[in-house]
Design a protein around this ligand. Structure first.
Ligand code: ATP
Length: 221
């Protein structure tokens, strides 16, 4: 499978710990980078793979920026972190991308590797509506970051509920709360407001150079 940066291979028989971070990344922002970095540190991950969605089952009716741009922005944003890599497994597929299938393929390809799927609270609440959630938890553990602190209690309750249903598979991710979303960034660009410090400088420059998010009506979250 092709990747932007080389994915570390194990040279011995020790089990490698790999984070999987799927998202539309339209565009990638500091909230994404922060939860990936905190997951890496808290769960001693050797590497985190950023996997931009191809044809998403949830966002397929909405207008999504071409994957070439979304991947380019991810690649630039993670370039300075040796533990992060871009994986184009989903954007290379013509079919609708289902998380369970992506994880199955990664499991087949990376032997001696324990997989940890990273997601935000909004995705955790949606988890059971995803295709084949039982196959997702069969092949990986889930690291969930809460996103809106006012819903923290609800988040922890939902995490316990899922852990009862899928024993020991869900773990909380403690990260500083950064109330930033791709939707907010697209809206700000369209309204000609600054996005400085919400996204890495390289992403801000890329958005400007390619004239992204100028005219399209931003999707609602
Ligand atoms: P949009 O605003 O277009 O819906 P988004 O900002 O939620 O996009 P996605 O690429 O859809 O970004 O998100 C990928 C994953 O990152 C999801 O699991 C989402 O919950 C999580 N995530 C995104 N932003 C944050 C944030 N600020 N804090 C915690 N998790 C986040």
């Amino acid at each position: 499978m092709e990747t932007e940066k080389k994915i570390t291979q194990t040279t011995d028989n020790s089990l490698k710990r790999m984070g999987i971070f799927g998202g539309t990344f339209d565009p990638i922002h500091h909230g994404h980078l922060m939860i990936a970095e905190n997951a890496r540190e808290q769960y001693s991950l050797d590497q985190v793979l950023f996997i931009p969605t191809g044809h998403s089952p949830l966002k397929h009716k909405q207008q999504i920026t071409d994957s070439v741009h979304r991947c380019a922005m991810v690649s630039k944003a993670i370039a300075d972190n040796p533990h992060f890599a871009l994986h184009r497994i989903e954007v290379h597929s013509q079919e609708i991308s289902y998380t369970f299938r992506t994880i199955e393929m990664l499991k087949e390809n990376y032997k001696n590797t324990e997989l940890f799927f990273i997601l935000g609270a909004d995705s955790l609440f949606d988890f059971e509506s995803w295709r084949s959630p039982e196959l997702i938890v069969k092949n990986c553990s889930i690291l969930a970051a809460y996103r809106e602190h006012k819903r923290q209690e609800e988040f922890l309750l939902h995490l316990s509920y899922l852990n009862e249903k899928y024993p020991g598979k869900f773990h909380p991710l403690d990260t500083p709360n950064l109330e930033v979303s791709s939707h907010e960034i697209r809206r700000r660009v369209q309204e000609k407001k600054t996005i400085r410090y919400l996204v890495p400088k390289v992403v801000e420059d890329y958005i400007r150079e390619h004239g992204l998010y100028q005219s399209a009506i931003p999707r609602q979250r």
